[in-house]
Design a protein around this ligand. Structure first.
Ligand code: ZN
Ligand code: ZN
Length: 176
């Protein structure tokens, strides 16, 4: 997904590609790509500025926030990227001025734009902070460590003090 900007025609450039997962280096133990990422959309250029507008589909394996088991999660979202060329001659003081729109901008160099970095960022942004293997995942028992989905343990610690806090509580009392 590297494009020479001179090769982007006036009417824009449509593409629909599968990009191998190795291009993105998303391979953490709690979040990993399992297959190629589908990217499709259109690149357009107005003078030196390049825009990409399209969508992505990425198959991931992530851990459940409650029970920590891995489960497949398909991420789909729209992508908009705005590339601007790196200005070689910048007047003093111009770097300090940060416009609000700059946050969304990618800088490109050597007359080519590379979509891999921004697409990778977008995939990671699309992974929710709270992700559940099933809507009613019961999670892990804080007392005995059982996965309460497959192995209900019968511990009754609801409303009770966390054992770690109980230890602290005792220490506090000793120090009085
Ligand atoms: Zn779960
Ligand atoms: Zn238990």
């Amino acid at each position: 997904m590297i494009f020479e900007i001179e090769e982007i025609p006036e009417g824009g450039l449509n593409f629909d590609v599968l990009v191998g997962k190795d291009h993105f280096e998303i391979d953490q133990s709690d979040c990993a790509l399992t297959d190629a990422v589908k990217v499709r959309g259109k690149l357009t250029r107005i003078e030196r500025e390049v825009c990409f507008s399209g969508d992505l589909e990425a198959p991931l394996l992530v851990t459940c926030t409650r029970c920590l088991k891995l489960f497949p999660l398909q991420v789909k979202n729209i992508v908009r990227i705005h590339f601007v060329p790196r200005e070689k001659k910048s007047s003093p003081g111009s770097e300090v001025e940060i416009k609000e729109t700059d946050i969304e901008q990618e800088i490109y160099e050597e007359n080519r734009v590379d979509l891999h970095g921004p697409i990778r960022d977008q995939i990671l942004l699309d992974v929710p902070l709270i992700r559940l293997c099933q809507d009613d995942c019961k999670g892990i028992c804080p007392e005995c460590g059982n996965d309460r989905n497959s192995d209900p343990c019968g511990c009754e610690n609801d409303g009770q003090i966390d054992p770690r806090f109980a230890v602290l509580q005792k220490l506090k009392e000793k120090m009085k």
